[in-house]
Design a protein around this ligand. Structure first.
Ligand SMILES: C[S@@+](CC[C@H](N)C(=O)[O-])C[C@H]1O[C@@H](n2cnc3c(N)ncnc32)[C@H](O)[C@@H]1O
Length: 188
């Protein structure tokens, strides 16, 4: 992974973007497109960096048997998400740079979140200890966005023993190229 710039990713920054509760409508595609990757059994999933949880809820609608928790470091986002989707999903405030998880999961997801964070390799290693499978989606080879601290490609996680495979795809109706990484861990 390529370090691009100093992070502007603060709670205040995200709080101001997320507080209206509207940010994230339209993000559902990235979540629904991965629904086929999950077992149909009673699995547990944690979505890290859920924002207002439009995507998380879209995934829950596809995976009725799954128990889904979701977290974000933005209190504003978690408050909005609880009001809208709290009947179906358990939400909690969690900062990946500081906090520890109480539970372990079958799957942990980080969708369009890792590229905003410092030390992405350490963060992936930390959460691989808390799940059987991890799915990460980030923009592919993207270097222009002021919000993105790191850029990712085919080799970004090739030295991780838990790394299984990647795929590159384009979001329909856009020219945005994304990369999905799948990890398998024996830690849980
Ligand atoms: C680009 S948004 C992606 C949201 C969602 N996954 C989606 O695809 O719609 C990135 C999210 O990461 C959250 N985030 C940033 N830094 C974080 C941290 N240190 N711990 C937890 N969440 C963080 C932000 O608040 C924001 O909601």
């Amino acid at each position: 992974m390529l370090h691009l710039r100093k992070s502007i990713n603060t709670k205040k920054y995200w709080g101001s973007l997320l507080q209206s509760g509207k940010w994230g409508k339209g993000q559902e595609y990235l979540y629904t497109s991965i629904a086929k990757l999950f077992s149909k059994k009673k699995i547990t999933i944690l979505d890290i960096g859920c924002a207002n949880a439009f995507g998380t809820m879209a995934l829950k609608n596809k995976l009725k048997n799954a128990t889904i928790d979701a977290c974000d470091f933005s209190k504003e986002a978690i408050s909005n998400a609880k009001k809208k989707f709290g009947m179906n999903i358990d939400f909690f405030v969690h900062d990946v740079a500081k906090d520890k998880l109480k539970n372990k999961y079958d799957y942990i997801l980080m969708i369009e979140t890792l590229e905003h964070l410092d030390n992405p390799d350490k963060i992936v290693k930390k959460y691989l200890k808390c799940c059987k499978n991890m799915i990460v989606i980030v923009p592919y080879n993207e270097t222009e966005s002021d919000e993105h601290v790191y850029s990712f490609d085919e080799d970004s996680f090739s030295n991780f023993k838990e790394f299984l495979k990647y795929a590159i795809f384009t979001i329909p109706g856009t020219d945005l190229e994304m990369i999905i990484y799948i990890f398998e861990s024996n830690n849980v």
